[in-house]
Design a protein around this ligand. Sequence first.
Ligand SMILES: [Zn+2]
Length: 346
Amino acid sequence: MKRMVLTALVAATLVACDSADNQLEKQSESTVADTATPGEQVPATKVVSAPAKLADYTMAAEKVADGVYAIITPARDFPNPQNKGWNSNSTFVVTGDGVLVVDTGSSATIGTALLNTIRTVTDKPIRWIVNTHGHGDHWLGGTSIASAQTEVITSTKVKERIKNELGYWVDLFNQMSEGAIGNDSKALIPTTTVDERTTRKMGGVEVTLIPSGDSHSPGDLLVWLPKLKVLIGGDVLYTDRAPGTFEGKIGQWIKLLKELETLDVVKMIPGHGAVGDGQDIINERKYFEIIWNAVAKAVEAGQSDFEVLPVIKEQLIAYEKIYPGLEKQIGRTVSHAYAQAEAAAF
Ligand SMILES: [Zn+2]
């Protein structure tokens, strides 16, 4: 029974992470995968046999702009034994008064590795953490990075998830990474919530927090540095792999990407994938438009998602290079889009 629950949970997050591993990918095809809720709590039953050590993570700070550094994982998938659970990007900004960190990785140990990487650049205190969204690969490392003076900022919806979903994500990622993330992660509860577009000065650096309108997942925030023209996208923005759409609202996502295009972004740091630029935002918007327009037509013509899928694949041929591994994911994204277009038509 426990095994079944865990399998269902693995499947659910595979959809959430929209990843590309073959063995686990098979499990994601079950119907449970499309209906299980990430908020579901499970007891910590997984016996962790091989938690990764600090030395297992090789990280580097990549300078993106003046004072802005990305820590980019080479992984392009979900937590697994090879990447030892480190599958998402983090960013830090060195300001006059201390450091802003955006997203803190998938475990306490990964959080420590991130902090050590920040320390190769600056000794300043960590003054602010922003959690871009509620998926555990972006916040489980928080307690390793924060100190008593750190202000932890996210949206109300994401704060609720962080309060409620620790056991869910730890179990799930231990299952997926074969115990690599360990059992010592704790939830770092946010201290400030932001639900409207808000601009603040952090140590002299202008920082705008942009709610996505729940584009990729409920309560996403993006971090925009208007003076530097750097956009830190969380999982609203992707490069090198197709966006995960399990909890997304594709119509809203297109609308948001169009707005982001007007910012004249010079550099963008996605939640997953290499550092990109404004063209990557355009690519992502066009990708979603192709899917969205085709499913809307199909709904109107009374065609099923299954019937429209080959048409969409044909139109997305250029994206096989832009988003490697797309073929493994496109079916799920089309069915998410189809269900939303169908609901919108009524
Ligand atoms: Zn992610």
